[in-house]
Design a protein around this ligand. Structure first.
Ligand SMILES: Cc1cc2nc3c(=O)[nH]c(=O)nc-3n(C[C@H](O)[C@H](O)[C@H](O)COP(=O)(O)OP(=O)(O)OC[C@H]3O[C@@H](n4cnc5c(N)ncnc54)[C@H](O)[C@@H]3O)c2cc1C
Length: 570
């Protein structure tokens, strides 16, 4: 099969905060370049940047500082973050928020004196989260998309990237192979520079928050290309995902943290409040602590009808709850729950992957010509991400990548792709078209959900992780043997579901491998057989290449454990 061929100086995979910022910055730097944004969904309508509710962390206030934001990020990440990446994040977040407001047209909430309003978010020593009500992501993505549409930037929508293709020497990237989901045709885009910005997304867990288009495709392609992935064991769970049964995609979606902050109680199946038994801060403890306590309670079997727990707000007064949490009350009502006056079933839900492709502060990777930004990248957050640092990460590094790619292509040429690699990638995608007995994919998806939730989730141990690795290998073989019920190619969503599961299983294997290698508990990673954290001074991060894991020491380039960059702190 010979794919349709296109050329673009710069090719961007994904249209979240990272992808769109990269496109705008590359275009601003060199308007004559051909730039293409290729995306699995519709530009501006998919991915998780759109879903950002809470807001964007940035040190704007006179009493705040980049040093304070940096220290919060490093300590929140349990000293595993790459300090040069974290520093770049906090410094450039200030430029990006100004660009969003003053050049791109975002309106954020303001104080009566006209300054930008910044709210409190967990894990921060200063209220620095900029927001537009609780719909911050829609404001950001709509304005970014309008600006991209207004420029001469190419779009390949409903084009799914399936393989990063190297040149014939195997030393640089030559382009990307896609499936045009509308027709099922293969398309090869040759590019001088490629940005991986497909947004990770831990949708391999039974309960998860990210959008359905995110299935770790970028990370799976990076693994196959032999790029090192770091911190893959670090998966963040949000404590209060809505639990409304398997029939609705509302299950797993976030009920905001402010409910616990305002004084909401978590109850077990016997309607007893349990958090005070686990932590003195009870429901106001950090996300990881609350999620662990909830999971422990669920494992005891004391659960709600759907197998979760409850959040109860009624003791705060139904009127107040309805007034202060209008959106949440409506969301719960849509699923038949009365948040203001009754109880709502909740469950911890997989939210964010701190791990991703190893990269340098200029967004370059180990493969010349390939850049990475946003949730596909690893190292910015370490063992835990602060709420509000996710969208800062994608916009800051998306812009860096745009600037750097524009500079890179000035001295780069198109490279001839490895034709055998294109053929092999097509053969891989074609596997489920081989005729065989038709079967549903659902049992395989359920198996993946179960393995990841039970054995590689909130509580982990050596035996479970070993079993999980065997289960995931078996699942991968079962997927390889599976056949599509229909040979139709246009919008064959079952085919794409199969490709989604292949990506998710590949990345799940990395999570299980890294979780088994980290024989301690730290940040989002908790081992019941190693509940203590190791020596912070000897911090090392996991790095996976070609199925092999190594521990690499963290370089404390700006500050070491026990020290701070803040003045006047004892
Ligand atoms: C419910 C929710 C609430 C959140 N709230 C906050 C918050 O308040 N503050 C905060 O800082 N962070 C928040 N986050 C995290 C934040 O959304 C992410 O950190 C960030 O937006 C990721 O940006 P990105 O550009 O890397 O990826 P995304 O915005 O997710 O974009 C990824 C893009 O890649 C595309 N794509 C995927 N696979 C392929 C493929 N194979 N081929 C082509 N394209 C592909 C997708 O369609 C999408 O366009 C939240 C996340 C969720 C899920």
């Amino acid at each position: 099969m010979v794919p349709k061929a296109l050329d673009s100086d710069i090719l961007i995979l994904g249209s979240g905060g990272a992808g769109l910022f990269a496109a705008l910055h590359a275009h601003k730097a060199s308007p004559q370049l051909s730039i293409t944004v290729a995306v699995k969904g519709l530009l501006g309508k998919c991915g998780c940047t759109r879903m950002v509710q809470g807001g964007y962390n940035v040190a704007l206030a006179r009493e705040d500082s980049i040093e304070r934001h940096f220290m919060d990020t490093i300590q929140g990440g349990a000293w595993l973050a790459d300090q040069e990446l974290a520093w770049k994040l906090v410094v450039l977040a200030i430029e990006r928020i100004r660009e969003l407001e003053n050049e791109l047209g975002c309106f954020f909430d303001r104080n009566p004196d006209g300054t930008v309003h910044q709210k409190a978010f967990a894990g921060q020593t200063f209220d620095r989260t900029v927001h537009k009500g609780d719909l911050t992501g829609i404001e950001i993505i709509n304005r970014l998309a309008e600006q991209v549409w207004a420029r001469d930037i190419g779009r390949l929508e409903e084009h799914r990237a399936v393989e990063l293709i190297k040149d014939s020497s195997g030393k640089s990237i030559a382009g990307v192979l896609f499936i045009d989901m509308r027709t099922g045709e293969y398309v090869f885009v040759r590019a001088k520079a490629v940005l991986l910005a497909t947004g990770g997304g831990p949708t391999m867990y039974r309960y998860h928050t990210p959008s359905g288009d995110k299935t770790c495709d970028g990370l799976a392609m990076a693994l196959r290309a032999g790029l090192p992935l770091r911190d893959m064991e670090m998966v963040q769970f949000h404590p209060t995902g809505l639990l409304a049964g398997a029939h609705t995609r509302m299950t797993g979606t976030v009920l905001e943290e402010g409910l616990r902050g305002a004084g909401g109680h978590l109850l077990n199946g016997a309607k007893e409040r349990f958090m005070p038994r686990y932590d003195p801060k009870a429901e106001r403890a950090t996300r990881d602590l609350v999620s662990r306590a909830m999971f422990t309670e669920m494992r005891k079997g004391n659960t709600s009808p759907h197998g979760g727990l409850y959040i109860s707000m009624s003791h705060l007064g139904a009127e107040r709850v309805a007034r202060e949490f209008k959106g949440m009350v409506e969301r719960c009502a849509d699923c038949g729950f009365d948040l203001a006056g009754g109880m709502v079933e909740v469950v911890p839900t997989a939210h964010y992957m701190m791990g991703g492709v190893e990269f340098a502060p200029d967004c370059t990777t180990a493969l010349p010509g390939l850049f990475v930004a946003g949730e596909d990248s690893g190292g910015v957050h370490g063992a835990n991400r602060l709420g509000g640092n996710g969208v800062a990460n994608s916009t800051v590094f998306g812009a860096v990548a745009g600037d750097e790619m524009a500079a890179w292509v000035k001295s780069a040429a198109y490279r001839e792709p490895d034709r055998a690699a294109i053929e092999a990638a097509i053969e891989f995608c074609e596997r489920p078209f081989r005729r065989g007995p038709a079967a549903s994919l659902e049992p395989l998806r359920e198996k993946l959900y179960g393995v990841m939730w039970e054995k590689v989730g909130i509580l982990r141990d050596a035996a479970g992780l070993l079993e999980a690795q065997a289960d995931l290998n078996a699942l991968d073989r079962a997927l390889d043997a599976w056949s599509l019920p229909s040979a139709e190619r246009a919008f064959n969503l079952t085919w794409h579901d199969w490709l989604n599961l292949k990506s998710l299983v590949a990345v799940s294997r990395s999570i299980a491998l890294a979780a088994a290698a980290r024989r301690e508990s730290r940040g989002a990673h908790f081992r019941t057989d190693f509940p203590e954290s190791g020596q912070l001074e000897q911090s090392a991060f996991t790095s996976i290449t070609d199925g092999t894991i190594t521990m690499k020491p963290v370089a404390f380039t700006r500050v070491s454990p026990g020290q701070t960059l803040l003045r006047n702190v004892a």
